[in-house]
Structure formats: structure tokens, C-alpha cells
Design a protein around this ligand. Structure first.
Ligand code: AMP
Length: 139
């Protein structure tokens, strides 16, 4: 069963497509958080960011890079929040990698991305050192 975004790529369901190339496509979110809320996806179906092959990830970032100023300018936004919900526990509902470009406006009542993870942990220096070492060792 293909994802709803693959169905958009295949032209099986309608979408307001604003950009398309060989490997990526961008379209308006059907339930926008702000005017101009746009999703950027790889055409092929990958569930999470780490499933995306490097060359496709490069294409995906290039499309995001092109789309962000176009989206902001189209709705005269002051800024944008650009983010992935990467996995179900992070709020990802559609299991097909997608980048949200959400235009932001002075006084729009929204918050920064710092609010997404619940209560911030109080981590000691040695815990932070351990986490940093652990991440570094996995690269
Ligand atoms: P996420 O929670 O990160 O998986 O976000 C999924 C997003 O896809 C939501 O913002 C939905 O509004 C959006 N969405 C779901 N179905 C469609 C669709 N058919 N066309 C455009 N956007 C959609």
C-alpha cells in the first residue's frame, strides 16, 4: 500500500504542486498551519530521514533551499519554521519523509521549535560529555 504522498507523486490524488523535478516534489499542505504551508518530499518512498540515500538527500535539501524563499515571499512572511517530524514518536503521521515549510509572522502566536520536545532535561556536564562522545563515535 503506497503512502498518500506517493499517490500525489503518481497523480492519483490531487494536490497543489508548486515544484517538481526528477527526484523531489513540493505541494501545499492540505491542512495548513499558516498560509503557504508547503511540504517537500522525495518522490520515492522513504519513511525516515536516515532511510533516504545520500544523493536523494542532497536533492531534497536543494529543493528545500529553493522553496523556502519562494514560500516566504509568496505570503509576505517574516520568517519560517522548517522541520521534519522524523518518526511516529515525533509526530510523523505520513510514513513518507516530508519537510514542512511553515511561514511565520511577527506576533502569529506560535512558538520556536524549542517547544516541541516537552520539558527540557537538566543534564550534568558529564552526561552531556557522554552523549556527545556517543554521537561522535557513531558517525
Ligand atoms: P506529519 O504529521 O509530519 O506526518 O505531517 C503530515 C502532513 O501531511 C500534515 O500536515 C497533513 O496536513 C498533510 N497532508 C495529509 N494528507 C495530505 C494531502 N493529501 N495533501 C497535502 N497534505 C496532506
Amino acid at each position: 500500500m503506497s503512502t498518500i504522498f506517493t499517490q500525489i507523486v503518481e497523480g492519483e490524488i490531487p494536490a497543489r504542486i508548486v515544484y517538481e523535478d526528477e527526484t523531489t516534489v513540493a505541494f501545499l499542505d492540505a491542512n495548513p498551519l499558516a498560509p503557504g504551508h508547503t511540504l517537500v518530499i522525495p518522490k520515492d518512498e522513504y519513511e525516515r530521514l536516515n532511510d533516504v540515500p545520500g544523493d536523494v538527500a542532497t536533492d531534497l535539501y536543494a529543493t528545500i533551499h529553493r522553496l523556502v524563499p519562494a514560500v516566504e515571499e509568496s505570503v509576505d512572511a517574516d520568517a519560517s519554521t522548517v522541520a521534519f517530524n522524523n518518526g511516529e514518536a515525533a509526530g510523523q503521521e505520513v510514513p513518507h519523509v516530508h519537510c514542512h515549510i511553515v511561514p511565520r509572522f511577527e506576533g502569529d502566536g506560535g512558538g520556536p521549535i524549542h517547544g516541541v520536545a516537552g520539558e527540557a532535561p537538566d543534564l550534568a556536564d558529564d552526561e552531556l560529555d557522554g552523549i556527545a562522545d556517543d554521537i561522535e563515535s557513531r558517525i
